[in-house]
Design a protein around this ligand. Structure first.
Ligand code: AMP
Ligand code: MG
Length: 435
C-alpha cells in the first residue's frame, strides 16, 4: 500500500488533547479516514463479474442513448403543426414504422405514420398520438382536439446519455442499474479496482471452530463456538469488493498470534481481528500488535464496543491496516458498521454514500447517558399512515447475538443524546437495502 496521507504518530499526537478513555465515534471515524491509502491496482472485468465492484476510471459514453429520436408509444407519428386546435384532425395514413427498422422515408404534409414503441421517428415528424385516442376510417386517422402538445410521446436522441458525457464516475460501486447502463452503451467490460484483501482472525483459547460435522455437541466446559469469524466473513462478503483471507482461530499465545498477524500483513491490505484488546490476563494481542507495527489502542465513547485497536502491522516490506475489534459478538458487528465498513469502502476506491437512516418513533422510553454513542438493536414497524416505529429487541448485552439476529436495524443514539421518552423520534440504521 502507498500514499498514506498522515502517519499514525501524527494521529496519536493530535489525539493528545482528547480524553483517552472516551474518544468520540465521529472523531475516531475522522482519524481512520486519514490513515487510508489510495488503491493502486486496476483490473478489467466482464460486466457481470463487476457487480458490486468499484469503478477505477470514469466511464465516458461512446455513443448517444437513444441513438435516434424514437416513439415512446404505439400510435401515430405526426407533425404538431398539422394539428387542428379547434376541431378534429384528419391525417392520411402513409405507412408503418416498426422497432428495429431503419428510418422511414419522408412522410408528406397532412399525413401521419403508424409507429410502434421504440421505432424511429420518420424525418420531419415530431409528435406521437397514442393509438387508443384515435379512430381510423378508410385510410384516415382521426384525432380529437386538445390532446397533444408538440414533442409528446417522442424520445429524443441522447436524452438518456449524451455522446462524450460521464455516464458513471470513478469510485462508484456498481449496482444493477449501472450494469444495465454500461450494456446500453455497448460496453462489455469495465475497469475496476482490484478487490481489497482482508484477513480475518479470532483470538481466544476458549473458542472452538465450527466445521461441516459440528452438531452443537461436544463442546468442552468453558468453551464456546467461534461466531465472530462468520459474522465478519458475511459482512465483508456483502460489501462486494472484498477478498476474505481466513486466518482461522488463533489461541492466546504470542507465537501463534505473531505468526497470524505476520501472514495477514504479507497477504492482505487489512487485518480484522476480534478479541484480546481489553485488559484481560490473556490479552497478548495488544503486545504482539505493538511489536509488529504501530498500533493505537482506543477506548471509544460508545456502547457496545468500547476498546479497539487501530494501526498497521508490518511483515518485511509489506504492511496492512489493522482493525483490532473487541471480542463480544455484538460489539464486533457494531464496531464493524461504525468504523470498518466505511474504511474498507474507501480503501477499495469507493466514494461512500451517506447511510440511509430512518427516523422512527420509539415504542418505549430508553435510558441513555449523554457523552457516548449507543447502538441498540431495533425492530421496525410501520403504521397505516406510513410512520415508522421502533421497539428495542430484548437483552442488549454485547454478547447477545440472538437479539442482533432478530433486529431490523440499529437504533443510533448520538453522543449528546440523553434519555429517550416514549414516542420520541430516533435514528435507525436498517440492515437491509434494496440494492
Ligand atoms: P475478549 O475481548 O477477548 O475479552 O472477549 C470478550 C468476550 O467475547 C468473551 O466472552 C469471549 O469469549 C467472547 N468472544 C471473543 N471472541 C469470540 C468469538 N470469535 N466468537 C464468539 N465469542 C467470542
Ligand atoms: Mg479473549
Amino acid at each position: 500500500m502507498s500514499n498514506t496521507p498522515i502517519s499514525l504518530s501524527e494521529i496519536a499526537a493530535s489525539l493528545a488533547g482528547y480524553d483517552p478513555q472516551a474518544l468520540r465515534v465521529e472523531l475516531a471515524q475522522a482519524f481512520i479516514r486519514q490513515l487510508l491509502p489510495q488503491p493502486s491496482e486496476r483490473e478489467t472485468l466482464p460486466l457481470r463479474a463487476a457487480l458490486g465492484r468499484v469503478l477505477a476510471a470514469d466511464v465516458v459514453s461512446p455513443l448517444q442513448v437513444p441513438a435516434h429520436d424514437n416513439s415512446a408509444m404505439d400510435g401515430y407519428a405526426l407533425r404538431a403543426s398539422d394539428l387542428n386546435a379547434q376541431g378534429e384532425t384528419r391525417l392520411r395514413l402513409a405507412g408503418t414504422s416498426l422497432a428495429g427498422e431503419a428510418a422511414a422515408g419522408a412522410v408528406p404534409a397532412g399525413a401521419c405514420q403508424r409507429i410502434m414503441t421504440g421505432a424511429l421517428m420518420p424525418a420531419g415528424l415530431d409528435t406521437v398520438v397514442p393509438q387508443e385516442f384515435t379512430r381510423v376510417e378508410d385510410g384516415w386517422v382521426l384525432i380529437p382536439p386538445g390532446l397533444l402538445r408538440a414533442g409528446d410521446n417522442r424520445r429524443l436522441a441522447g436524452e438518456d446519455l449524451a455522446l462524450g458525457s460521464v455516464a458513471l464516475a470513478a469510485g462508484r460501486r456498481l449496482r444493477p442499474a449501472d450494469l444495465g447502463l454500461l450494456a446500453s452503451l455497448g460496453l462489455g467490460q469495465v475497469q475496476v479496482w482490484r478487490k481489497t484483501r482482508v484477513a480475518i482472525l479470532s483470538t481466544g483459547d476458549e473458542l472452538r471452530p465450527v466445521h461441516l460435522q459440528t452438531q452443537g455437541q461436544g463442546l468442552p466446559e468453558g468453551c464456546l463456538y467461534d461466531s465472530n469469524r462468520h459474522t465478519l466473513w458475511a459482512m465483508l462478503e456483502r460489501l462486494g469488493m472484498i477478498e476474505v483471507i481466513d486466518l482461522g482461530l488463533v489461541p492466546d499465545q504470542p507465537e501463534a498470534l505473531r505468526a497470524a498477524f505476520e501472514r495477514g500483513a504479507r497477504e492482505a491490505d487489512a487485518i480484522i481481528s476480534s478479541g484480546g484488546v481489553s485488559v484481560g490476563e490473556a490479552d497478548h494481542t495488544k503486545r504482539v500488535m505493538a511489536e509488529l507495527g504501530e498500533v493505537l489502542f482506543w477506548k471509544i465513547a460508545m456502547r457496545p464496543g468500547r476498546p479497539m485497536a487501530i494501526g498497521k502491522i508490518r511483515a518485511g516490506a509489506r504492511e496492512a491496516l489493522l482493525f483490532g475489534l473487541p471480542g463480544n459478538p455484538v460489539a464486533v458487528m457494531v464496531t464493524f458498521y461504525a468504523f470498518v465498513r466505511e474504511a474498507l469502502l474507501r480503501l477499495s476506491g469507493a466514494l461512500p454514500e451517506p447511510l440511509p437512516m430512518l427516523r422512527a418513533a420509539s415504542l418505549q422510553p430508553l435510558r441513555k447517558k449523554p457523552g457516548r454513542t449507543e447502538y441498540q438493536r431495533g425492530l421496525l414497524s410501520r403504521t397505516a399512515d406510513g410512520a415508522w416505529h421502533v421497539a428495542i429487541t430484548g437483552n442488549q448485552g454485547s454478547g447477545i447475538l440472538s437479539s442482533m439476529s432478530q433486529a431490523h436495524g440499529l437504533v443510533v443514539l448520538g453522543h449528546e443524546q440523553g434519555d429517550v421518552a416514549l414516542g420520541d423520534s430516533v435514528d435507525v440504521l436498517p440492515f437491509e437495502g434494496l440494492i
